[in-house]
Design a protein around this ligand. Structure first.
Ligand code: DOR
Ligand code: ZN
Length: 430
């Protein structure tokens, strides 16, 4: 397949591009970038006037639920949702059933994604067997079959000695260790951020310290072992300051933030007990959200991810305390970032590309995307002016547990190419 994408506003901070130009694709590759390009033979010409064209976005924190919980989501539906959201790739989390803690499950995910996927899937593998925190998972076997990172996401590794063993052993594979920071003893049955809101609503609190203690511990262990550490879905001002200090010290520490922790706070959880807003870690204070935003602007936050956590309607329809943690996000992430951060002038499109494409790819150690001749054609195109409403029936995902239903957004992906193949055209899944 060949395409000539004309008159797009190309933004690629790594290649240093920021201007209107044409991009030619042939097969898997970008073949030319410049002004007034001639269409190659048999190329389909697509006019992208008014749209941005950027290196393909990657969401490095996604729960695809496959194998084992396909009633919530599966590899086909989850990657279809990713394409709709403008992503060319996702990193899948290992809390599947069976757990992604051995090479065969990694191989299954890769194979299934190749068969039915709408984007690239970069599987993460568990650090410990069954995410139990007791014995090492088959890390080498998983890497041999395509795992790009290690994490026990869904729960924190409770024993510091175990976390050290994970890093000491796993470091030989050169992958990043992604840490879901949750001290079980402190968090217990906590439902929402511990503070005024938990008290007012009469719900058990999930204290900031339940996250911060493990951030501090894992930074110390990264210092001890030399491991590359990535703090997942960071939510507090003090936690972010710990990451800042680690970076200042020169440690290989990075972190990510979700749109829900940036754009929602504990104050959005009212006496209707909205289970869509029950997430792990919980929505924090307005002060924390403001600090995260500062970090996004000043570069302390490396990546924006969704922690896309699909659940069935009946699961979220239960009382708050019995509903599972998590909200979907992969279809609203780009729109939320464009609306709240780019449109408002808080960050540039180039910074958005760093947060949602360049850094996730670098941290995961997967192929960088670049709008240059010879590069693999992983491309996201979005219309910065398209207005749309987030509605329950508007999702490609099997799940509807978004915390942003009813939001009015400006900016949406229109076209996505993965290795030169269109996966989204004019907003429709291919
Ligand atoms: O809210 C969350 N949901 N946080 C997690 O860490 C896990 C996820 C899930 O698997 O549902
Ligand atoms: Zn997590």
């Amino acid at each position: 397949m060949a395409f000539l994408l004309k008159n797009a506003h190309v933004v690629d901070p790594v290649a240093g591009l920021d201007g209107v130009m044409d991009v030619a694709l042939e097969g898997e590759k970008i073949t030319a970038v410049g002004e007034g390009l001639e269409a190659p033979a048999d190329a389909e010409v697509v006019d992208l006037t008014g749209k941005y064209l950027v290196p393909g976005l990657v969401d490095m924190h996604v729960h695809l639920r496959d194998p084992g919980q396909e009633y919530k989501e599966d590899i086909e539906s989850g990657t279809r949702a990713a394409a709709k959201g403008g992503f060319t790739g996702v990193c899948s989390m290992p809390n599947t059933d069976p757990c992604t803690d051995n090479g065969i499950v990694v191989q299954y995910i890769k194979t299934r994604a190749a068969e039915v996927g709408h984007c690239r899937v970069y599987p993460s593998g568990a650090c410990t067997r069954g995410l139990k925190g007791e014995a090492l998972a088959e890390m080498g076997d998983m890497v041999a079959r395509g795992a790009v990172a290690f994490t026990d996401d869904g729960r924190g590794i409770q024993d510091a000695g175990m976390m050290r063993r994970v890093m000491d052993y796993g470091i030989m594979f050169g992958k990043v260790f992604m840490s879901h920071c949750q001290d079980a003893g402190l968090v217990g049955e906590g439902q929402v951020n511990e503070g005024v809101v938990s008290t007012r609503l009469g719900m058990l609190g999930w204290p900031a310290e339940g996250e911060e203690l493990q951030i501090q511990r894992d930074i110390a262990l990264a210092r001890l072992t030399g491991a590359k550490l990535h703090i997942q879905h960071i939510t507090t001002k003090r936690g972010l300051d710990m990451v800042r200090a680690a970076k200042a010290e020169g440690l290989p520490v990075t972190c990510e933030v979700t749109p829900h922790h940036l754009f929602l706070t504990e104050d959005d959880i009212d006496a209707t007990y909205p289970t869509a807003l029950k997430v792990n870690p919980p929505l924090r204070t307005a002060e924390d959200a403001a600090a995260l935003l500062e970090g996004v602007i000043d570069g302390s936050v490396d990546a924006i991810v969704t922690d896309h956590a699909p659940h069935a309607e009946w699961e979220k329809a239960r009382e708050f305390a019995f509903a599972p943690f998590g909200m979907t996000g992969i279809e609203t992430s780009l729109g939320l970032v464009l609306t709240n951060l780019v449109e408002t002038g808080k960050i540039s499109v180039a910074r958005m590309v760093e947060l949602m494409s360049v850094a996730p790819r670098r941290i995961l150690g997967v192929e960088a995307a670049s709008i240059t001749a010879g590069a693999t054609a992983d491309i996201t195109v979005f219309d910065p002016a398209q207005e749309w409403d987030v509605t329950e029936d508007g999702f490609e995902s099997k799940a509807k547990n978004s915390g942003f239903i009813g939001a009015h957004l400006t900016g949406r992906a229109t076209d996505v190419f993965v290795g030169g193949e269109p996966t989204l055209r004019n907003g429709a899944i291919c």
